[in-house]
Write a protein that binds this ligand. Structure first.
Ligand code: FAD
Length: 318
């Protein structure tokens, strides 16, 4: 079976959920091998998790280069491992960094890249990726016709499923080609304790309808009851009611959760562009003519300050 490399994203020694989703998808198109970079003494735990989700092999490379420098060390490692093992495909999470790494790997391998896939299947001449385009109005299937397909996959494309495999660990020594002067600078972020917006299984978003920064209180309470992330429309962000890091849409983040709840959001095309691939969409809006109701699975016409607390109460009661 074709070897499929999966770049395993991890933080604080914990494998991030999108990496488990990649391993789950990789099993559909070949035999997954995990690539674990810069994990230090947590590499063994991370390798074990990757094996639990189907990695037959785990390539481990260590070095401060992976954490202290920009994307080039990861590109070096992935390219060298892909070449040495004649990998059929390389899967990377669709994050800002993931897409940059993937594009550079595809260039170095002389193959091709498909970004923001929402599904993968085996094809006659390699993996076939499904993309959702034009604000999720159409689905496109693509393949890479030359060399190892490099594919970035959106978080929540699939539910991660365990499938224990060999997980043989192979230590890899990487030849770094980058400029050590290009370093990563980090700003400590204050954690809200909520899931990361692009990875969350549930997102509750508030729009101009919440009326003020304090109005996000009812949105956050529902999000916390559901274990969800909080999103916001650009109108709410521009008004200064919620941080830009939480903006969903064309000029914000793209989310694709199992459940998206839009409260006081009209459903402008630029907002839809960031959430339309959500599996189930619920809207709460007091205007029955709001365009958001055109795309929802469930719509509640009502005041969000009445509906959201009722929902929160129901969730907590279960
Ligand atoms: P509104 O359109 O004002 O809608 C508010 C809704 O709340 C209304 O439907 C109203 O009926 C409802 N409401 C009011 N009070 C209540 C209540 N008490 N209970 C229930 N419902 C209530 N927008 C984004 O969101 N993300 C983007 O990334 C983005 N990028 C953009 C990029 C460009 C280039 C441009 C031009 C625009 C972009 N926009 C983006 C803006 C977008 O066009 C809309 O202006 C914006 O999405 C509107 O936000 P909203 O739905 O919160 O506000």
């Amino acid at each position: 079976m074709a070897e499929i490399l999966v770049l395993v994203d991890h933080a604080d020694g914990v494998v991030r959920k999108p990496a488990l989703e990649l391993l789950t998808l990789a099993r559909r198109i070949g035999t997954p091998s995990a690539v674990v970079l810069g994990a230090g003494d947590k590499a063994t735990e991370i390798a074990a998790k990757a094996a639990e989700f189907g990695a037959e092999k785990v390539y481990v490379a260590d070095g401060t280069e992976f954490t202290d420098q920009l994307v080039v060390p990861k590109v070096d490692a992935l390219t060298q491992i892909a070449r040495a093992n004649d990998a059929a495909a390389v899967l990377v999470t669709s994050s800002g960094e993931g897409k940059e790494v993937a594009a550079r790997v595809a260039l170095r391998l002389g193959s091709g890249i498909i970004t923001d896939a929402v599904d993968l299947e085996a094809g006659v001449s390699g993996p076939v990726a499904t993309q959702s385009v034009f604000a999720a109005s159409f689905q496109v299937k693509s393949t890479v016709t030359r060399g190892a397909a490099v594919i970035t996959v959106k978080p929540n494309a699939v539910a991660p499923q365990a499938a224990p495999a060999g997980g043989a660990v192979e230590s890899v020594s990487v030849e770094f080609t980058g400029n050590a002067a290009a370093v990563t600078s980090r700003t400590a972020r204050v954690s809200s304790g909520r899931p990361e917006l692009t990875e969350a299984a549930i997102v509750v978003s508030g729009g101009r309808g919440v009326g003020a920064a304090e109005g996000f209180g009812v949105v956050e309470e529902l999000a916390d009851a559901l274990g969800a992330a909080v999103g916001a429309s650009r109108a709410a962000v521009d008004a200064g009611w919620y941080p830009h890091t939480n903006q969903v849409g064309q000029t914000g983040k793209q989310v694709s959760p199992q459940l998206y709840i839009a409260a006081g959001i009209s459903g402008a095309i630029q907002h839809r562009a960031g959430m339309q691939t959500s599996k189930t969409i619920v809207a709460v809006n007091k205007d029955p003519e709001a365009p958001i109701f055109e795309l929802v699975d469930y719509g509640v016409v009502g005041d969000l300050f009445t509906v959201l607390p009722q929902l929160t109460g129901e969730v907590k009661a279960r």
